[in-house]
Design a protein around this ligand. Structure first.
Ligand code: FAD
Length: 332
């Protein structure tokens, strides 16, 4: 591990000032469940690490006009049981899917949203795009866990966030502060993620000196149904092969508006307008859910070793929809 300065601010303003220094060669430390591994392996080598865990304004869940403000430091186990989040089962489904109480109690919402890709080339020092001598390793080598959608450019990793699909489906926004303390942006989460075209670009819109302080969730109506379904290889701690977060506005049994967002299939969370279109004006049953799953992956362009993910993504969409309307039990 390379050496770095360590700072522990108490306010968002102090954090932003500390992060903007050193030409932005700094890193945010939240629960540290991922960042510490990246530091140990010298995959990220900041000159300063800014530990944000003492910033009380970034903790907990509060009601605000029109919705809820969830602090970026809210831990996964808090999300699982928080009474104010009871109307958002799709978020509890994600937190519950992280099958390790240590990670649930240390990992934070902000850390999940800003989680760097799990791509094995990136994690072994071949950069964000996984290149060696100018060649794309996912294109030339194994690509089992790489993207099946949005993979035509140089980025072939999959977005790592587990909460982003559910949050995008719910219409959530991220609150970003920086690079000066008075600069505050509220951005729909679907626009938070970007697909890098070169290895010096990032996976989110965050620029040096910025941090995510909160997630804003719009008020849910009594007619909103939401769910997440993640396909995991292992019962224990594992990253999803594919997932889907869905939010459905219902009029009785009829879907009046749908949002379907896939995770772990593309370099960014993947909003499927095609799947949403299939659902409009129909009731959810196994056939409709299957048709939406088919539509979600109809444009997939799998790489050499990940064709299997197409079926997994299709199933994730189908099961998330059935789960949202309480019809998941017994479905294949
Ligand atoms: C052994 C081990 C195995 C794990 N396996 C899994 C697994 O299988 N599946 C899974 O989903 N999770 C797994 N995790 C947990 C994973 O790290 C989670 O994604 C966790 O939610 C990250 O939160 P954190 O607060 O610990 O993030 P950190 O590690 O502190 O940060 C993660 C990244 O986000 C950035 N960041 C953090 N907060 C902010 C912020 N507010 N604003 C801007 N940037 C920020 C950091 O700079 C860093 O790049 C594992 C962790 C460990 C230790």
């Amino acid at each position: 591990m390379s050496s770095f300065e360590f700072a522990s601010p108490r306010t968002e303003a102090e954090a932003v000032e500390l992060l903007a220094a050193h030409d932005g060669q700094t890193a945010v430390l939240a629960g540290g469940t991922d960042l510490i591994s990246l530091l140990k392996a010298d995959i990220v080598t900041p000159q300063r690490v800014v530990d944000i865990t003492n910033i009380s304004s970034m903790k907990g869940v509060t009601s605000v006009t029109g919705g809820l403000l969830v602090g970026a430091l809210t831990t996964l186990d808090e999300i699982l049981v928080h009474p104010l989040l009871a109307g958002h089962p799709s978020l509890a489904h994600v937190a519950d899917g992280v099958h390790a109480i240590q990670i649930q109690s240390a990992g934070t919402l902000g850390g999940d949203l800003c989680h760097l890709p799990n791509c094995w080339y990136f994690r072994n020092g071949y950069g964000l795009l996984g290149t060696l001598n100018g060649e794309s390793l996912p294109a030339e080598g194994r690509s089992d866990f790489h993207a099946i959608l949005g993979n035509q450019g140089p980025a072939k990793f999959v977005s790592a966030s587990r909460f982003a699909p559910a949050l995008i489906a719910l219409g959530a926004k991220v609150r970003i502060v920086g690079p000066t303390p008075d600069q505050v942006t509220l951005l729909p989460i679907e626009y938070f993620y970007v697909t890098p075209k070169s290895s010096d670009q990032r996976v989110t819109v965050l620029t040096p000196g910025q941090l995510v302080t909160h997630v804003w969730l719009p008020e849910v109506s009594s007619t909103l149904a939401s769910a997440t379904y993640e396909v995991l290889q292992m019962e224990g701690l594992d990253y999803p092969l594919a997932s889907a977060g869905v939010a459905l506005e219902m009029n009785g049994r009829m879907v009046t508006e749908a949002r379907v967002v896939l995770g772990h299939v593309a370099p960014t969370p993947w909003v499927s307008h095609d799947a949403a279109e299939v659902l409009k004006g129909r009731s959810i049953d196994e056939a409709t859910a299957q048709a939406a799953g088919d539509a979600a992956v109809a444009r997939a362009t799998p790489l050499a070793h990940n064709e299997y993910k197409v079926q997994i993504a299709r199933t994730a969409v189908k099961r998330a929809l059935l789960r949202a309307v309480g019809q998941l039990e017994g479905v294949s």
